[in-house]
Design a protein around this ligand. Structure first.
Ligand code: ARG
Length: 720
């Protein structure tokens, strides 16, 4: 009896840990009554159907996947979209030139004719979701590892083919709860998306990487696009004949302002969390993976920045790639620090001990953690080498491009390869080279090449290196522990590869052969490292991933049996979620209290004229001094609120997501998480976790007062 009581108490403690207030990225499609009731208790005024319905227009119809990894929301009946500046960044940079520098100076279309087509962009609406667990499980039941993965792919393909047959939709089957449930998501993708407006980068990225992932934050992180359709409202490639999409639903915009404890709901596409990560995973991440990524990115960023600050054309060319690398460089560094600070490893070990105890008389689950230990033991020695390949060697753009030519090499080296296959490989290589050259900055790349090749030599065990490559390097260029050797080698590679030499490249393409390719110094380099990895370590990695998938599925199945009544959400996996919470301040550390809003006063305080990160547009300070806040002034603060924070549980991918009040109106755009909660992918902490949102009143102030684009304001449905 007593023993049982102990177990029961342990279980209760365990489940409380996993069901904290504010935590949760819920599937709107499967919103349980318990979750909905809690939303109402916290202030929500809408019915479940108003949040998500497949028959009637609902909030879900105003939410889009924006581009490849962000969220956007429809805010007018003419398909106007709000998202973050950092989500529109690449499109804004691509639309810019040194003469018409929209990234630097901002841009607002005064009418639809002035909107700028963004060929790389698309938006996707969620059409419906179906539970296909039974269909998948009928096929994969009892299977494990590679065999299961193969069968899964087959049944997914069947299900998708049926769901998209003749309707132009796209679909995906996504495992939930690490493969204990399978959902089908059907999307409609629109490819005619045009840039409507963006603030100058000094506003849209105010604070740069110094302030990134930090509160207090003063960034006007928004940009504006419009989705076009053909006359029937269906997706169509760009055409002057296309018309703005009439959406099923759009969000009204509330400029009433926010106060502490207000209800806040965020719909969007969180990319990934791993809340059921094991202690083994946390340990590998914090000791090997994260520090490696951070070291390698540090070198790459420094080389890029050195060139970007010298030349506005290079700045424009590298801006988007730089921002992406920098964003997760800081993230991974902070993630390690926070995981350590909150003792997440110990926490995980305690949870696992409870599970092991529960599982000891259950053969299905008893061995899970022994197997985890074995899987990590087998893979860990090679984990660093994998990161040094992907983030280091292939972090050099020329090496990455050269490495992509291994497909062509294979085609060339295969006897009797069909003519079409070869031609396809050649055409692909030509197109990839054009894209590569447009994005290439040789001086920074040469530095990256030299530095990462040296780091691989220094940091990775010798028996895991492509020894032949380094032997030759030593023979030709000198001692392997000297920078000079790598610098000479990299300079030589850049000068002699056919990749930068049109005459040599064209001669090769006109009459391609494997030997010429293999003798190219860039190709030889990339392929030496790729083949070294693919031959020995990739199979081990694949085994590790497959084993981890199997064990994760088992572990979670066990956890769900152990706590059958817990209200549980699946890990984020870039499917639509809703999270709810409140506007709330926090205390990051002893004696420090952070307010839940910040204002333009703080922008001015941070302003450093001419600075790379803290500059402001010319008219900004004037407007501020005149207190020209219009209808966007916050009465209490006698200023414009720039950003605010909420307790919502979100992650990368949610960028651009609407922050919605209790009535279903837009009050802000989520754009970041705070530093103290960078451990959030693995563990949510309601004391420290905050979502950083740009207040929609600041967005509108920037559009109207700073940008003079009243036409955009007129299109919105304002709630005053
Ligand atoms: N941390 C933000 C996110 O992941 C991106 C912010 C972009 N800004 C920057 N300075 N890199 O959504």
């Amino acid at each position: 009896m007593r023993k049982h009581l102990v177990v029961l108490l342990l279980l209760m403690a365990f489940s409380i840990k996993w069901a904290k207030a504010d935590e949760g990225m819920w599937l709107p499609y499967l919103l349980g009554q318990q979750t909905y009731n809690d939303m109402v208790k916290r202030g929500l005024k809408l019915t479940k159907d108003q949040l998500y319905s497949i028959n009637k227009a609902s909030i879900k119809d105003a939410i889009v996947i924006f581009g490849g990894g962000c969220t956007g929301e429809i805010v007018s009946n003419e398909g106007l979209i709000f998202t973050n500046h950092h989500c529109g960044y690449d499109a804004i940079a691509s639309a810019s030139s040194v003469e018409h520098n929209y990234l630097k100076n901002g841009f607002y279309a005064q009418n639809k004719q002035q909107e700028i087509t963004s060929p790389k962009l698309s938006v996707q609406f969620l059409v419906k979701v179906d539970d296909v667990t039974k269909q998948v499980e009928d096929v994969v039941k009892g299977l494990n590892g590679a065999e299961r993965a193969k069968k899964e792919q087959e049944i997914y393909a069947d299900i998708i083919a049926k769901a998209t047959n003749g309707n132009g939709y796209e679909a995906k089957v996504v495992p939930m709860f690490k493969g204990n449930q399978y959902l089908l998501f059907v999307y409609e993708r629109y490819t005619d998306v045009r840039l409507v407006g963006a603030p100058p980068e000094s506003v849209g990225k105010f604070g740069g990487d110094t302030d990134n992932w930090e509160w207090p934050r003063h960034t006007g992180d928004f940009s504006i696009f419009r989705v076009y359709a053909n006359k029937d409202g269906k997706p169509a490639p760009y055409s002057a004949e296309n018309v703005p999409l009439k959406p099923k639903h759009f969000l009204p915009v509330s400029i009433k302002g926010i106060k502490e404890n207000d209800y806040a709901m965020i719909f969007g596409y969180p990319g990934g969390t791993n809340r059921y990560e094991t202690s083994y995973g946390v340990e590998l991440k914090t000791t090997v993976e994260n520090p490696s990524v951070v070291n390698l990115r540090d070198v790459r960023l420094k080389a890029m920045f050195e060139q970007m600050k010298k030349d506005p054309a290079v700045k424009l060319q590298l801006a988007s790639s730089y921002a992406g690398i920098a964003n997760y460089w800081k993230f991974f560094d902070g993630e390690t620090k926070q995981l350590e600070k909150y003792h997440v490893l110990d926490e995980k070990r305690k949870q696992e001990a409870a599970f092991i105890k529960w599982a000891q008389d259950k053969p299905e689950f008893a061995g899970v953690f022994n197997d985890y230990a074995a899987a990590y033991k087998a893979w860990s020695p090679y984990a660093k080498g994998r990161i040094y390949l992907t983030e280091g060697v292939l972090g050099s753009p020329v090496a990455a491009f050269a490495g992509s030519l291994t497909g062509l090499e294979r085609a060339l080296a295969t006897a009797n390869v069909p003519k079409e296959t070869l031609q396809q490989a050649i055409e692909a290589a030509k197109a990839a080279r054009t894209n590569f050259l447009a994005a290439e900055n040789k001086p920074s790349d040469q530095k990256i090449l030299a530095a990462t090749c040296h780091m691989f030599y220094t940091d990775i065990p010798k028996d895991q290196q492509p020894g032949g490559f380094y032997d030759e390097l030593k023979a030709k260029y000198g001692p392997l522990d000297e920078d000079k050797t790598y610098n000479m080698w990299a300079a030589n590679l850049m000068a002699n590869t056919m990749i930068f030499n049109d005459a040599k490249w064209n001669a090769f393409i006109a009459n391609p052969d494997a030997v010429t390719l293999q003798n190219d110094p860039a190709f030889a380099y990339a392929s030496a490292f790729l083949k070294n990895y693919q031959g020995k370590y990739l199979p081990l990695y694949q085994q590790f991933v497959a084993k981890n998938n199997d064990l994760g599925r088992e572990y979670l199945k066990g956890v769900m049996q152990m706590q059958p009544n817990a209200n549980r959400y699946p890990d984020a996996n870039f499917t639509m979620r809703v999270s709810y919470g409140q506007v709330k301040p926090y205390s990051p550390r002893d004696a420090v209290n952070y307010d839940y809003v910040c204002t333009m006063k703080g922008v001015i305080e941070k302003y450093v004229p001419g600075d790379y990160e803290f500059d402001l547009p010319a008219n900004y300070v004037d407007l501020y001094n005149k207190k020209d806040f219009g209808q966007y002034k916050d009465a209490k603060r006698n200023d414009v609120v720039v950003c605010f924070i909420t307790t919502n549980d979100i992650t990368g991918g949610n960028s651009g997501s609407p922050v919605i009040n209790a009535n279903g109106e837009l009050i802000g755009l989520a754009f970041d998480g705070n530093y103290e909660a960078l451990s959030h992918k693995i563990q949510f902490d309601s004391n420290y976790n905050r979502t950083i949102c740009v207040d929609v009143r600041y967005v509108l102030w920037c559009i109207e007062k700073l940008g003079g684009a009243k036409n955009i304001i007129n299109e919105l449905k304002l709630v005053k």
